[in-house]
Design a protein around this ligand. Structure first.
Ligand SMILES: Cc1cc2nc3c(=O)[nH]c(=O)nc-3n(C[C@H](O)[C@H](O)[C@H](O)COP(=O)(O)OP(=O)(O)OC[C@H]3O[C@@H](n4cnc5c(N)ncnc54)[C@H](O)[C@@H]3O)c2cc1C
Length: 181
């Protein structure tokens, strides 16, 4: 089971993690009912934060790919797709740089620009979804609308799975359809 702990809520620091985990399960009727009488046989373990940005992805003789160059929160994004797309962008710039024998920062900056362009909309959407997830009432409202319009839900799932363009969800038309659903 994976759960997201709201950042503004008092976390497990200073309390025992297992107790915190049990309290969290008990605080929601659905999880409380499903886990009544269950024992924790191992763990729980915790990790985080799960999203990371990098201010730069190139330097003299250095080019970062994959998670090292920054990644989405795994709850709302697909890091493997981003890593592979980033590697493609890196390869196209590196091929030229190596051929010309110049792997200095200036020569590699094109990679940074292409990365920014390729992931801009997707990262915007990621930040939007992260902000949404910290507002339970709004999250419930959106979930309710998506339930009424499965095509919208499908599009959002495809975007977060990197098989559809994020710009389609950022358009006013998507928001309007969500409101009217
Ligand atoms: C909890 C969680 C769930 C996720 N779920 C998904 C998902 O469902 N779908 C998805 O697409 N992505 C998911 N991701 C993200 C995805 O795993 C990463 O974005 C992706 O693996 C990044 O690829 P990478 O090659 O940059 O790094 P990695 O896959 O982490 O590869 C880095 C490799 O370098 C090795 N290494 C590290 N240091 C050294 C060293 N000093 N010397 C030699 N080797 C070293 C590591 O052992 C590792 O094998 C998830 C991430 C997390 C944390």
């Amino acid at each position: 089971m994976v759960d997201r702990v709201e950042t503004r809520r008092p976390g497990p620091a200073g309390t025992r993690l297992a107790g915190f985990f049990r309290d969290l399960l008990a605080s929601h009727p659905l999880t409380a009912g499903r886990t009544a009488g269950a024992d924790i046989v191992a763990g729980p373990w915790a990790t985080g934060p799960l999203a990371c940005r990098a201010a730069r992805s190139v330097g003299d003789g250095v080019l970062l790919v994959g998670d090292a160059a920054g990644f989405y929160d795994p709850f709302t994004g697909e890091g493997i797709g981003m890593a592979l797309r980033g590697a493609e962008l890196a390869a196209s710039v590196l091929e030229n740089a190596l051929r010309l024998g110049d792997v200095g920062r200036r020569a590699l900056l094109l990679y940074e620009a292409r990365r920014r362009r390729a992931f801009r909309d997707r990262l915007r959407l990621d930040r939007l979804l992260q902000a949404l997830l910290t507002r339970p009432h709004l999250t419930d409202w959106v979930a309710g609308r998506l339930r009424r319009d499965p095509a919208l839900a499908d599009l959002l799932a495809r975007v977060t799975g990197d098989t559809a363009d994020a710009a389609r969800v950022l358009r006013p038309g998507f928001v309007a359809r969500l409101i009217l659903a």
